[in-house]
Design a protein around this ligand. Structure first.
Ligand code: NCD
Length: 307
């Protein structure tokens, strides 16, 4: 059974196909409005979410399907001690496809091993977030037209930010890409991400604490929030939370065609005055997230033989 646990589960060719489908959905939504007629998506979210859960649900509705939702661990049998494996077996009896978010790294993988329907990782702890990456890739494609030869700056919490880990891993497959890793010392990219997705592939990268030293070099600036819920103590969070605040003044030094991205939610790291800048792409990202998830649901249901 084909699931999506890690973005590298998809070849670059498959990513191109998903992007082509998403673009076709954007152009011809009516063609897809009954594509999943009678099919059911279960969203199992054991961690907070606004965009990811609602975009999955909107995606399924726009494909003519139905949605069942667990929107917090406290409201499901997980609170009684049920294992992820048993939950996955149970939900397989009711739904055709699962999107799961979980605070434990690897939980969606365990679900996929036990489910008899496709499982999509909608974020597992501080590890991965492949569908945010598909969203980011569709955004980069629509803004830049290609993935090659881009200099991408990741700024903020690169340690706990799962969207950063997945996007680095996805972008590491394209020629001519350079990474600029901007974070406080304590929030640097984990060594496994650096060795697997950057060093092993010989990708040029710069690591710095100073956004202003590098902002003018970037084609894409991917801002992230400091991930409060993954800190061991509140003092560290309070000390680090406002490490970077992007504002119009700082953007004066940036390229005219910079693409400013953020998976959202934003806390303080992008001032709202930036929202009116034509380079701000983060709300376009939100919309792209629905279209690429529609494409992904279609692909996985077709491969499962459900459609
Ligand atoms: C991200 C996440 O959940 O990892 N949000 C999202 O899915 N769009 C980023 C974050 O929470 O900071």
């Amino acid at each position: 059974m084909r699931s999506l646990i890690d973005v590298l589960d998809l070849s670059t060719g498959e990513i191109d196909e998903l992007i082509a489908t998403a673009c076709d959905i954007i152009e011809n939504p009516a063609k897809y409005s009954e594509a999943c007629h009678g099919k059911k998506l279960a969203t199992l979210f054991f961690e907070p979410s606004t965009r990811t859960r609602l975009s999955f649900e909107a995606a399924m509705y726009e494909l003519g399907g139905h949605v069942m939702s667990v929107s917090s661990g406290a409201s499901s049998s997980a609170a009684k001690g049920e294992s992820v494996a048993d939950t996955a077996k149970t939900v397989s009896c009711y739904a055709d496809i699962i999107a799961m978010r979980h605070p434990k790294e690897g939980a969606p993988y365990v679900a996929a091993k036990n489910a008899s329907i496709p499982v999509i990782n909608a974020g597992d702890g501080g590890h991965n977030h492949p569908t945010q990456t598909l969203t980011d890739l569709l955004t980069i494609y629509r803004e830049k037209g290609h993935f090659e030869n881009l200099t991408i700056g990741f700024c903020g919490d690169l340690k706990f930010g799962r969207t950063v880990h997945s996007l680095i891993s996805a972008m590491s497959r394209y020629a001519g890409v350079k990474f600029v890793l901007i974070s406080p010392e304590e929030l640097k990219v984990p060594s496994y991400v650096k060795s697997e997705s950057i060093k092993k592939k010989g990708i040029p990268y710069v690591q710095t604490e100073e956004l202003m030293d590098v902002i003018g070099d970037l084609d894409i600036l991917y801002m992230t929030r400091v991930q409060r819920e993954r800190f061991f103590n509140e003092e560290d969070y309070l000390r680090l939370k406002d490490s970077y605040v992007l504002d119009p003044k700082k953007l004066e030094k940036a390229k005219k065609d910079l693409c400013i991205m953020h998976p959202l939610p934003r806390v303080n790291e992008i001032s709202i005055a930036v929202d009116d800048d034509p380079r701000a792409c983060y709300f376009k990202q939100v919309l792209n997230g629905k279209y690429i998830r529609m494409a992904l649901i279609l692909k996985l249901l077709k491969e499962a033989g459900t459609l």
